[in-house]
Design a protein around this ligand. Sequence first.
Ligand code: THU
Length: 159
Amino acid sequence: MEYLKIEILLQKCSIEELGPEEYKLIESAKRATEGSYAPYSMFNVGAAVMLEDDTIVEGSNQENVAYPSGMCAERTAIFYANSQYPKKKVLAIAIAAKDKNGFTKGPVTPCGSCRQVLLETENRFSHDIIFYLYGEDCIYKIEGTKNLLPLSFGNEFLK
Ligand code: THU
């Protein structure tokens, strides 16, 4: 038996270190939290998806009294983007979240189901997605779901 070590790579940045397009996408994700419907968790999540022509699509979490019927911000945004613009590549997604104390201090990280859906979008367009996970104290910039979802189940298994 042997141990295998899998490494992921991410950049920890401050908002000042990012370019104007990156800043704009993060601001969109922060704004998208205002559309959140989260009366059960009180955790308002916003996501902003950047397409190849610079179109930005925003989404937020939408909860339901039957909990599993709700939807995360990331999938709300990505499904809308893929439905409205099925031919446009997804280049990046920014995610932000706030609770009763305001925006989270640390970067908010997407749930497993959202990671799987974002992997599908990468495969669909044969293009890695850049993730910006916003926190008041720092931002994680992550290139590709391979750095968020190691040992993933991708379309290579079904070929
Ligand atoms: N949530 C998201 O919108 N995105 C994530 O990646 C993590 C969780 C939402 C789901 C639920 O409405 C609330 O946050 C608390 O879990």
